[in-house]
Design a protein around this ligand. Structure first.
Ligand code: 3PG
Length: 303
């Protein structure tokens, strides 16, 4: 089988070596397409392949339709909002993700972002400490839980939003009330997937009720934030801050208006560690081999 590794944002070399080894040892061929810049390159590369490994690469209907032999797409990572699931399902193409494999990298980034904002973006001046501060977590999956554990180690008080107390929530302070979480937490970390239900679910009413000096932390997706509402809250409240791993649509304008109260990484870097690349990349390769050898559909997201 031909397996395309299509990564506009490439994996660490070690991860690519590991992926190649797994694919080739199973008798398949690996076709790398790294750092491509044009969609046409992807469309051309998918023509003959049976499987694809991608990161945030956009697997849209035209890409899927150009891939005549495609049987499986594995998103090496957590969020699969970059893949047209409906089109894949129509074509009978299996889509999987690799849950948990890059979570630690994202959790470490979220923690570092809180410190970065508390220390004035490492510019001279008096900042504050995160120890003793309240951290609210929206989205208690693999990433949310890891952030919570690390935050406790740093002396933070953690409050988790959930609408159902499951086993994994039991050792944590939980609340069913988003209002309670936003109004009492100095930091709120967003760790939910982008779905039609969650898009723009972080809105003005939430942000505007955060305590004095609070900071919203987004390592998930920009679509989760109602940008108009965020801007309005930042305009009205000169003490509020926003830090994100995905630049907002109106980032330049926001930087001009709000200066160091707003910071976005230049390119999404939550999963940009060698460890995360290796974990997610190798998991994706194994999942493809197991699918072809055993028909295993564990981690399929379009069942
Ligand atoms: C994910 O959903 O796994 C993260 O957002 C990482 O995305 P990336 O592979 O594009 O860095």
């Amino acid at each position: 089988m031909k397996v395309l590794l299509a990564t506009e944002k490439p994996f660490a070399a070690k991860a690519v070596d590991g992926i190649r080894e797994i694919i080739e040892n199973a008798g398949h061929e690996l076709i790398p397409l790294e750092k491509y810049t044009q969609k046409s390159e992807l469309i051309e590369a998918v023509a003959e392949v049976d499987a694809m490994i991608v990161r945030s690469d956009k697997v849209t209907a035209d890409v899927i339709d150009a891939a005549r032999n495609l049987k499986i797409v594995v998103r090496a990572g957590a969020g699969y909002d970059n893949i047209d699931l409906a089109r894949c399902t129509e074509r009978g193409i299996v889509v999987m993700n690799t849950p948990g494999q890059n979570s630690n990298a994202v959790a470490e980034l979220a923690i570092s972002m809180m410190i970065y904002m508390s220390r004035n973006l490492f510019k001279p001046g008096t900042g504050c400490e995160i120890s003793g501060r309240h951290l609210g977590i929206i989205g208690f999956g693999n990433i949310g839980e890891l952030i919570a554990k690390k935050a406790v180690g740093l002396g933070m008080e953690v409050l988790v939003y959930t609408n159902e107390v499951k086993e994994r929530h039991k050792r944590w302070n939980t609340t069913f009330s988003k209002d309670k979480l936003y109004s009492t937490c100095d930091f709120v970390s967003i760790n939910i997937p982008a779905t039609p239900m969650t898009k723009k679910s972080v809105n003005y009413d939430h942000i505007a009720q955060m305590p004095y000096g609070a900071c919203l932390v987004n390592t998930a997706r920009k679509e989760l934030i109602d940008e108009e509402g965020l801007i309005k809250a930042l305009e009205e409240r000169p003490d509020l801050k926003y830090v994100t791993d995905i630049a907002p649509e109106r980032y330049e304008e926001m930087k001009e208006k709000f200066g160091d109260r707003v910071f976005a990484t230049p390119k999404k870097m939550g999963a940009e560690t060698a460890e995360a690349n290796i974990n997610a990349g190798l998991a994706a390769a194994h999942q493809i081999v197991e699918y072809f050898e055993l028909g295993s559909t564990r981690f399929q997201v379009n069942k």
